[in-house]
Design a protein around this ligand. Sequence first.
Ligand code: TYM
Length: 338
Amino acid sequence: MTNTNFTPRVFSGVKPSGGLTLGNYLGAIKRFVGMQGQMETVYCVVDMHAITVWQDPKELSNMTREVAAGYLAAGLDPTRSILFNQSQVSAHAELGWIFNCVARVGWMNRMTQFKDKAGSNAEKQSLGLYAYPALMAADILLYHATHVPVGDDQKQHVELTRDIAAKFNHDFGRDFFPLTEPVIEGPAMRIMNLRDGTKKMSKSGESDMERINMTDDADKIAKKFKKAKTDPEPLPETVDGLKDRPEARNLVDIYAALNDVTPEAVIAEYPGAGWGKFKPALADLAVEKLAPMSAEMSRFMDDPAEIDRILADGAAKARAIADPILRDTYDIVGMLRS
Ligand code: TYM
């Protein structure tokens, strides 16, 4: 079974649960923009995923618009990509249910993100948080997407998507869903916490100092990089010297991703540099790249009606692809349409 029967198409999404971080930007959104024009691109604000943990209803609508504003400010163009929020296309929930009946409990039990999030409190989590990777598979396969750009933390979920597609195709004897490729490349696959280089930078971390938010102003960005944890050694002469130095590695990776160069090129530019030199250079670069985007985001947020219009328009385009694929799925499964 190959993907050559399928038109190349990108799908990806971001959850509107808390503000966008530099991890979301470098690991996902910036790369979404880079894929525009290479093939058809469909980008979603996955609000149905956000409610797997409690969300204040007003805040959820607001955050949905904010993620959309982040997409637009970063350079996603609604005339070149389909931009919409998940709950406006009901086929996601419908295919999600079919996949709940394809995925096996044993597969779900292996999902490390659920284990990390639920911790010792698994019994108290929503059933949705546990089942969420099947909904994510539905998001992707509803568009017969062949490529999914994500950060490293989502790799296991895209692999599960392939398992679900393969089992569906096998069970029903049809080559209907593609085996989607995760696209995980470049230096920003796993941007780490600024206070602990062994933990992922995330929107839900305890302290604001451990992450850069896409809405941070220049002063905040500079302060956070200045206070970022490092070891006492200067930068090495070659990238091999970053081994076992997670905080140093992270700051070099961030610099590389912001500047569209490799970590090798960053080290070649700053061989042996001390933090007193590298941190201000990184802060300047981050401000140069992020401040205009944050200003653009607030400009979009000042006009919520325009964001809503873009999302409604995108949802109509998304439905035009998704609805026929859902109808075919129902036919394959044997759901009676009278
Ligand atoms: P979410 O909302 O947690 O994150 C959105 C995207 O940002 C990436 N990301 C990072 N990349 C590098 N370093 C980091 N520190 C970092 N933090 C976040 C994530 O890998 C992701 O690509 N389940 C998904 C959303 C989703 C989805 C989908 C993605 C739902 N359906 C279908 C792709 C296709 C999630 O919770 O991402």
